[in-house]
Design a protein around this ligand. Structure first.
Ligand code: MEV
Length: 309
């Protein structure tokens, strides 16, 4: 039996604007993971998606099902037919919540199939296979989710440009709080596109603001001044509000974190629900966690961003 995993992710700065070629920063979150095992059997390929309580043969999956898509694309790249095996999938990454669940499931499947067939599949190859599947999930994805998850490293991402990983000079801590509201990225991205079509000048200015923040943040992270990221998070959240992708629950969590002493906070990912993030340190993190739970968060994770995240 073989096993492969993939971490979740958060976007620190630049979501949505990244779809419009502005830079964004994302980091893996290893506390939540997708895990795939493949076990040889005598039966044709069966998928056991444990979280969805769904056991289905590969041939019965719809062609546009993301699980079928990643398996088909990976097998095609190996020039092999589906194995006689059971592929079991289990993920602790909440779906439709900005933590990259779709990209992580696809990445874990591609990694598991590569191990099963004893093939070398490097991060770039995995990322481009997963990107094809992301298009089914998201419509017009920027490619940041598949990149940060397939490379498992902090990335400074500009759509269409070579991937840039960067040095985290001084580790910093982020609280991640879930509103519990599922919000498919595809819908938020589609709504931003419609709003941009209707008022390009206004939205281009907002996107420029987000891009500038991501650039500044990269400098602070590389130079070891992460304590100054808080005000950039607050500014980025305000721009995301202006874009129309926040909601009352996210704003309440951002306010609660800030009042409890977080250095800054913002929504993370597609918005309209899902998760928000707050910059904390060891001395205020439990206070911030309590405040977030008190303000309605369904769960709070604390992650450290460091060189090996
Ligand atoms: C989703 O994690 C991030 C968005 O910017 C969409 C994308 O980049 O494809 C909202």
């Amino acid at each position: 039996m073989i096993t492969a995993t993939a971490s979740g992710k958060i976007i620190l700065f630049g979501e949505h604007a990244v779809v419009y070629q502005r830079p964004a920063i994302a980091v893996p979150v290893s506390q939540v993971q997708a895990r795939v095992t493949i076990k040889k059997t005598k039966q044709p390929l069966t998928i056991d998606a444990q979280d969805q309580r769904r056991k289905i043969s590969y041939t019965d999956l719809r062609d546009d099902d993301p699980l079928k898509a990643i398996i088909r694309l990976t097998l095609t790249s190996f020039k092999v037919t589906p194995p006689h095996a059971t592929l079991t999938l289990h993920s602790t990454i909440p779906i439709a919540s900005g933590l990259g669940s779709g990209a992580a499931v696809s990445t874990a499947i591609a990694r598991a199939l590569a191990k099963y067939f004893k093939r070398d599949l490097d991060s770039a190859a995995i990322s481009s296979l997963v990107y094809e599947v992301e298009k089914i999930h998201h419509g017009t994805p920027s490619g940041i989710d598949n990149t940060v998850i397939a490379y498992s490293k902090p990335v400074y991402f500009v759509r269409g440009q070579p991937i840039e990983t960067f040095n985290v000079a001084q580790p910093f801590r982020i609280a991640i709080a879930d509103t519990g509201i599922q919000s498919p990225t595809k819908i938020a991205v589609g709504d931003v596109r419609a709003a941009w079509e209707a008022d390009k000048d206004r939205y281009e200015k907002i996107f420029d603001g987000c891009g500038g923040i991501a650039q500044h943040a990269r400098k602070l992270i590389k130079e070891g001044q992460p304590d100054q990221l808080g005000s950039l998070m607050n500014e980025n959240h305000e721009l995301l509000r202006q874009m129309g992708v926040s909601c009352r629950e996210l704003d309440d969590l951002v306010d609660a974190a800030t009042r409890a002493g977080a250095f800054g906070a913002k929504l993370s990912g597609g918005g309209r629900g899902g998760n928000m993030i707050a910059l904390v340190n060891e001395s205020n993190e439990s206070r911030v966690r309590e405040a977030l739970m008190g303000a309605g968060a369904k769960r709070v994770l604390i992650t450290e961003v460091n060189r090996d995240t």
